[in-house]
Write a protein that binds this ligand. Structure first.
Ligand SMILES: *Cc1c(COP(=O)(O)O)cnc(C)c1O
Length: 239
């Protein structure tokens, strides 16, 4: 990595944190109330390591194979690892014991599969339920009207613990575009918290990416997943 690349990642992270701080303060919170997940897909171990050195403490990965390669190379050092990508049931076994949170649990079936593997490994896996808030055909996730039923069915299952909700609304190009979706997510999040399901801790509301994390924070997000604003544009689009 060139010194210029290192400086770019460093400056970008500082800039993102400043933006988070400003948005948090507007929402009556502080920088420390908002977790920053660096979305590291398509960035190699060296770049991931640099982001961690520059002050990121959670890395979010999308692809199991790519994650395992970087994991073998000790890319994540002391940072936590979250899985945030589309997950196939047959790949779950590779994540168990390695990632602290699976954010992208998009169906009951997937959650049950995670539970099975977690029990086999004698751990309890923290998960978020992914909500397809805009009901897009191209996206996975539980529909908003089904979320209570799904949580009811999963809350007593051994091997998993539901820690909150995650959402990937449509790609936004302008400030304010996703506010309606973020707002709906906030409502769901509060509804579920108030129901006080056994074994469910609504601690985390994961929403907001490079283009819209300020809007997400204004609607109660306490975990943002930022890729482009940290690492620059990816060479092509996945997920
Ligand atoms: C890539 C990705 C992000 C980050 O997107 P940017 O627009 O690059 O910040 C966040 N969440 C998920 C699930 C992603 O796949």
């Amino acid at each position: 990595m060139t010194t210029e690349e290192i400086k770019t990642i460093n400056d970008n992270i500082e800039n993102v944190k400043e933006r988070i701080k400003v948005a948090a303060q507007k929402a009556g919170k502080s920088l420390n109330d908002i977790s920053l997940v660096a979305a590291t897909k398509m960035n190699n171990s060296e770049r991931v390591k640099q982001a961690i050195k520059s002050g990121v403490n959670i890395a979010g990965e999308n692809r199991v194979q790519e994650f395992l390669e970087k994991y073998e190379q000790n890319a994540y050092e002391n940072a936590k690892i979250h899985f945030i990508g589309t997950l196939q049931a047959n790949k779950i076994k590779f994540l168990i014991g390695k990632v602290s949170l699976i954010q992208s649990i998009s169906s009951e079936k997937l959650a049950l599969c995670v539970a099975k593997h977690a029990i086999k490994n004698n751990i309890c896996q923290d998960i978020l339920i992914e909500v397809n808030i805009a009901k897009e055909n191209s996206k996975s996730g539980v529909f908003p009207e089904d979320i209570h039923k799904v949580i009811e069915n999963l809350c007593q299952i051994e091997g998993i613990k539901i820690k909150g909700l995650m959402s990937i609304p449509p790609i936004s190009h302008n400030v304010g575009e996703n506010l309606c979706h973020f707002d709906k997510m906030r409502e769901l999040f509060i509804d579920i918290s108030e129901k006080k399901y056994d074994n469910v801790c609504m601690d985390i509301l994961s929403m907001g990416m490079s283009n819209d994390f300020e809007d997400a924070i204004s609607c109660g997000s306490n975990m943002v997943r930022v890729g482009t604003a940290i690492f620059g544009k990816r060479p092509y689009i996945i997920d």
